[in-house]
Design a protein around this ligand. Sequence first.
Ligand code: NAG
Ligand code: NAG
Ligand code: NAG
Ligand code: NAG
Length: 418
Amino acid sequence: MNCFCLSVAIWRHRSWLLAAIFLFLLLLLRQLTRQEILRLSPGEELLSLPRRSSPTRTLPAPQVTGRAGQEEQGGLSVVFLKTHKTGSSTVQNILFRASERRNLTVAFPLYSYQFAYPECFSRAFVEDLPPGALHFNLLCSHMRLHVGEVQAVMPSHSVYLTILRHPAQTFESVFHYYLNVVPAFQPLANHSSPLLAFLEASAEHYNAQDASNGLAKNPMAFDLGLNPGQEEAATSQWTRELERLNQTFQLVMIAEHFDESLLLARDLLGLDMEELVYVRLNVRHKKGPPLSKALAQKIQAWNWFDMQLYKFFQRIFWHKVERYGYMRMKRELDAFRALLRETVTTCLAGDSVGPEDMVDALRPWQPGSVTILGYRLKQNLTYAQYTSCFRMVLPELQYHAYLYYRQYGRDMRPLPTT
Ligand SMILES: *[C@@H]1O[C@H](CO)[C@@H](O)[C@H](O)[C@H]1NC(C)=O
Ligand SMILES: *[C@@H]1O[C@H](CO)[C@@H](O)[C@H](O)[C@H]1NC(C)=O
Ligand SMILES: *[C@@H]1O[C@H](CO)[C@@H](O)[C@H](O)[C@H]1NC(C)=O
Ligand SMILES: *[C@@H]1O[C@H](CO)[C@@H](O)[C@H](O)[C@H]1NC(C)=O
């Protein structure tokens, strides 16, 4: 009897039941696809401080694409806020290659490689337009963001991009890279475990008033022009700041999902998939064990604002992936990763190597506190392969100096000595 009643009930509500089962399957599928995409692309990236380069004036001629030239001038326009130690050098290299290929005009710093970092960006820090150019198309050197001033330099239709990485990894990387540079870190330079020592006595070492300590606490928020060093700004103020950043940036990439991020950027910028190929630049030679959980937690507590920033934009990132379509993302990821493997096989003679094992032109700047790795190219590349492989592994300072020379016909200016 009971059994019969149940059957009747099931029959009567069959459409609801079917709908529920369908919904369940849909959610399951979405979760699975998401997990597929969630596979990390591991890697470590560092970036360099300004210094005088040995000028790079000539490179093998770039590959002719047929799409370079004036017609692109009004088109692509990008502002990439280059955050410290987040994978940003690799993104910059991709943008440099795209700009060279399309003969775009780059907004360079007046002096050296950065826009007077850690000062807030000002239009006065930008080199003049080269003769004949109507406006800049690309701005991607280090700065501390001041949105209004950037808007004064770049066309109004510019796409704004940046990249964030998990604060535990970012800060650990910043700390070791700038150990000899950031005043708050310097006293620990000879310590056996300097990071732990710093975090245990940070109040003693950290002076928020000194702008040179900008990277010593919440470095990503600092680069984005926020004031996270000043203690506990009102939460409502902070929320407004995050919303304002979300209005400014069409895409905030997430370093842990680097390839997905690039595919989203490609969609915004209209690049070919071939233009996204990369090898990780400015990678540090890692010594010792990975970050312990306890140390990671200490870092997160110290960089509270960066954690909020990261979590906020991570959520937005997944909304963007969702809107893009998980299946489409998965399909493109597979194609892109196959292309990446093929590129590595074509271009590179083995894994990344230390500075002593590479040619001068391809040696990245060494900060002293850590060893930065680079690449060796295969010996028997065709000329076309060589020109594109060479640019892909070219360290940022060399590429920057070369593009500056190409655009202005003279060497970059060194920092004025005061
Ligand atoms: C590249 O652009 C510059 C102006 O910015 C122009 O003088 C030059 O002729 C262009 N070259 C090519 C190949 O389009
Ligand atoms: C670290 O050691 C070097 C050389 O041994 C020395 O020159 C430097 O002053 C030391 N730094 C600190 C902060 O003690
Ligand atoms: C971020 O900005 C986008 C586009 O303006 C908007 O759709 C989205 O709701 C915003 N997200 C948050 C969390 O503010
Ligand atoms: C040269 O290229 C061929 C195929 O293009 C490859 O099989 C060979 O191993 C390469 N030799 C060297 C020394 O890289």
